[in-house]
Design a protein around this ligand. Structure first.
Ligand SMILES: Nc1ncnc2c1ncn2[C@@H]1O[C@H](COP(=O)(O)OP(=O)(O)OP(=O)(O)O)[C@@H](O)[C@H]1O
Length: 269
């Protein structure tokens, strides 16, 4: 495979006077033991926009995404340095309450993973864990979250049936509803549609486009058309670095870096 320079890069900086930055990283590095999987990534994520992370397999997209809400803490021998700034706080510091922070920065995984409980309980489980007891309040949150995830009409009469009976696409939208029930500001999604058929994929995409009215979304995707269809900004990752970051339209029509151009036009991956 052709080797590309890791020093050529084009990363836009969003002017904070004109853009509301929900989250940013500064010089983020992630090591798994001796393997440096992320090599100094600095990116800003604009509020209420969708940002896609793209790049060839193994370039560090999921590692970077997982570090944004400290999911890498769960993996032994992992070390993360650099800053992750959220609401004026570096959340990559020891004194941060990670459990509390994840209420604000939620994650949806590649494979739909509903709990073996009813649809209703899938959504209320975390709310109860955080001390909520009021049935009426929970009913309201279940309805709003399912509506936002575009699933309400299909399941409103089956709320107490097992979530395991849902189709893959419905289950993934339930997982999205479960995340947004916590009212996060930011939703991180790791290839949320890669296990789904094209119709379910387009429903999940529609859901994400609707959600950006209220949420900041960062999504890892292997699907170039998906990145082009749904995201406002795109970051191209290569060998642990973000080589190019720009408005999605520019990345797909006038990329500045050769590696990006070759990747988005399907020459490697
Ligand atoms: N849990 C882990 N333990 C050790 N090494 C890991 C772990 N997860 C990822 N890695 C390593 O980190 C590097 C980046 O992997 P990562 O999964 O973040 O890439 P990716 O771009 O998301 O890949 P893919 O597109 O194939 O999902 C790879 O070298 C991988 O082997």
């Amino acid at each position: 495979m052709k080797e590309y320079s890791l020093t050529d890069s084009h990363i836009i900086t969003l002017d904070q006077a004109q853009h509301d930055i929900a989250l940013d990283t500064e010089d983020l590095h992630v090591w798994y033991g001796q393997n440096e999987a992320i090599k100094g990534v600095s990116l800003q994520f604009e509020a209420k926009k969708i940002t896609s992370l793209i790049g060839p397999s193994g370039c560090g997209k999921s590692t970077y995404l997982r570090s944004l809400n400290r999911m890498n803490d769960e993996i032994p021998n992992t070390r993360v340095t650099g800053a992750i700034n959220y609401e004026g706080l570096n959340i990559n510091s020891k004194n941060v309450d990670v459990y509390e922070m994840r209420k604000h920065i939620g994650m949806v995984f590649q494979r739909p993973n509903p709990f073996s409980k009813s649809i209703y309980e899938n959504i209320t489980f975390a709310l109860k864990q955080h001390g909520m007891k009021d049935k009426k309040q929970m009913d309201e949150i279940v309805e709003t979250s399912l509506k936002q995830a575009a699933l309400w009409d299909q399941v409103k009469d089956d709320l107490h049936k097992s979530a395991l009976a849902l189709s893959g696409g419905q289950a993934q939208r339930l997982c999205i509803a479960r995340s947004i029930a916590m009212k996060p500001d930011i939703l991180l999604l790791d290839e949320p549609a890669s296990a789904l058929d094209p119709i379910s994929t387009s429903k999940v995409e529609e859901t994400l486009i609707n959600l950006k009215e209220n949420y900041t979304i960062v999504i890892v995707t292997h699907n170039m058309q998906q990145a082009a269809r749904i995201s406002d900004y795109t970051a191209f990752f290569y060998m642990g670095k973000a080589l190019e970051y720009d408005k999605t339209k520019k990345i797909f029509t006038r990329p500045k870096i050769q590696a990006t151009e070759d990747y988005v036009s399907g020459h490697f991956g």
